[in-house]
Design a protein around this ligand. Structure first.
Ligand SMILES: CC(C)(COP(=O)(O)OP(=O)(O)OC[C@H]1O[C@@H](n2cnc3c(N)ncnc32)[C@H](O)[C@@H]1OP(=O)(O)O)[C@@H](O)C(=O)NCCC(=O)NCCS
Length: 131
C-alpha cells in the first residue's frame, strides 16, 4: 500500500493492528468504526506465513475490541478470504443487502460494488440482517 494511501486511511479512522513473530511484522488487519458498525479493512498476512493461524488470531483480537456488528467487504473472486471469514462465523449477505451496505458504509465506485461481496458476523444477523 503506498504511504500516501495509508496516511489517508489512518486519517479516515482506520486503526491498524499488526502481528509480530520473531521481531518481524507478518500480518496486519485494520478496523474502522463507521456509523453503527465496525468494518474490517485491509487484512493481509505475508504469503510465507499464510494458513498458520495469524489472520485468525488478528481477527479474534480485533473483534474482542468492539461491541458493534462487524462487516467485511472483499472481492467475490477471493474465495480463500470468504472461506477464512466463514470459518470465523461470518456469513455472506444477500446481493441486494450487499449493494446497500457497500453504499452506506464504504466509499467505493459502482464498478467495484458489482464485483464485491459483504460478509457479516453474528452480531449483524442478530440485529435482523439478511443472509
Ligand atoms: C485471508 C488472510 C488474511 C487469512 O489469514 P491467514 O493467516 O492465512 O489465515 P489463517 O491461517 O488464520 O486461517 C486459515 C484459513 O483461511 C483460509 N485461507 C487462508 N489462506 C488461504 C489460501 N491461500 N488458500 C486457501 N484458503 C486459505 C482457509 O479457510 C484456511 O483454513 P484451512 O487452513 O482450514 O484450510 C490471508 O490468507 C491473506 O492475507 N491473504 C491475501 C490477502 C487477502 O486475500 N486479504 C483478504 C481480502 S481483503
Amino acid at each position: 500500500m503506498p504511504a500516501e494511501y495509508l496516511r489517508k486511511e489512518i486519517e479516515a479512522g482506520v486503526r491498524f493492528w499488526g502481528f509480530e513473530q520473531d521481531g518481524e511484522l507478518v500480518g496486519i488487519m485494520g478496523v474502522q468504526d463507521v456509523g453503527d458498525v465496525t468494518l474490517i479493512r485491509h487484512a493481509y498476512v505475508r504469503p510465507s506465513h499464510q494458513g498458520r493461524g495469524v489472520g485468525g488470531k488478528l481477527l479474534v483480537a480485533l473483534r474482542a475490541k468492539t461491541d458493534r456488528p462487524v462487516l467485511m467487504g472483499t472481492w467475490a473472486a477471493a474465495t480463500w478470504a470468504i472461506r477464512f471469514y466463514e470459518k470465523h462465523g461470518f456469513r455472506l449477505v444477500t446481493p441486494q443487502e450487499k449493494d446497500r451496505l457497500l453504499r452506506k458504509y464504504w466509499s467505493i465506485p459502482s464498478r467495484q460494488i458489482e464485483t464485491s461481496v459483504v460478509l457479516a458476523d453474528e452480531g449483524w444477523f442478530a440485529l435482523g440482517g439478511h443472509s
